[in-house]
Design a binder for this molecule. Structure first.
Ligand code: SF4
Length: 267
């Protein structure tokens, strides 16, 4: 059983049943403390990181393409684990899962406010485009609000290459973040990619480009993009002197070797 499955079962799927998350959120877009410090005007929408259990008991994987990123995910530590924060994120997820059409209408209505004209919306502080229908709903919302700029980090490489890349909306930008199941599909020469580094100095030493001064640089600045690991002790320790992309490659190699040894192939 993989560490990720253990992690889902051992932490997220054992979350306290978020029974208070029964109310639909009245506001869908927020500005968290990190984005409030950003020099740009950025709002964000979020889901629970990795997976969550709805009050009905239904389990939803919100980051189906996550892999080693889950080991150092900032959204699985600290304030993101406070009950009120988790409940809010689960309430968002519940709205999407139980009434996608109603959620889409509410998001469109909220985005009609003047405050979102010429503003940026980060789709997902945590979570990802976890189904085709959810991504399709976002694409309709983005098309309906051309005066708002939308952006996202995503590990849903296959889904984006199939559903977004053939006809990308002009007001949507994205960066593929390494540390997921589909890293091997990415080519930094042609795909915009982001990786997590141990320090800011390591980003520049590698010739990558930090987004530390504004989150928007992840999609509007030079590529490839680097960000330094969140200073969570577990994340710092697990990453060590590697990048997250390198950590993923090591994990992929270990899995391939394990599969080969199970088939009785020489190592
Ligand atoms: S995809 Fe993002 S939010 Fe989800 S587990 Fe990985 S780092 Fe966390």
């Amino acid at each position: 059983m993989s560490r990720q499955v253990n992690r889902i079962q051992g932490t997220l799927f054992d979350l306290p049943k978020v029974g208070l998350a029964t109310e639909r959120p009245s506001k869908l877009l927020m500005r968290n403390s990190r984005l409030r410090r950003d020099p740009e005007r950025i709002w964000n929408w979020t889901l629970p990181a990795l997976a969550a259990v709805l009050p009905s008991g239904r389990k939803i994987v919100t980051c189906p393409s996550a892999s080693t990123c889950a080991d150092i995910c900032y959204a699985l530590f600290g304030t993101y684990r406070f009950r009120n924060v988790l409940e809010r994120h689960v309430a968002n997820l519940r709205f999407v899962v139980e009434d996608l059409e109603g959620w889409e209408q509410s998001m469109r209505a909220e985005l009609a406010s003047r405050r979102f004209r010429h503003a940026a919306v980060r789709i997902h502080d945590a979570g990802d485009f976890f189904t085709d229908s959810y991504l399709a709903a976002w694409l309709r919302i983005i098309a309906a609000r051309p005066e708002t700029f939308f952006y996202a980090y995503t590990k849903e490489v296959s889904r984006f290459k199939r559903m977004v890349e053939p006809q990308p909306p002009p007001n949507l930008a994205w960066v593929y973040s390494l540390g997921g199941k589909h890293d091997a599909l990415l080519d930094p020469a042609t795909d915009r990619v982001a990786d997590v580094f141990p320090t800011e100095a390591a980003i520049s030493q590698a010739g990558w480009h930090s987004q530390a001064t504004s989150d928007l640089l992840a999609v509007q600045g030079p590529s490839p993009v680097g960000m330094s690991v969140n200073r969570i002790p577990t994340a710092v320790r697990l990453l060590g002197n590697r990048t997250l992309g390198q950590m993923q490659q090591e994990s992929d190699r270990r899995k391939r070797a394990l599969r080969a040894s199970r088939r009785g192939e020489p190592r």
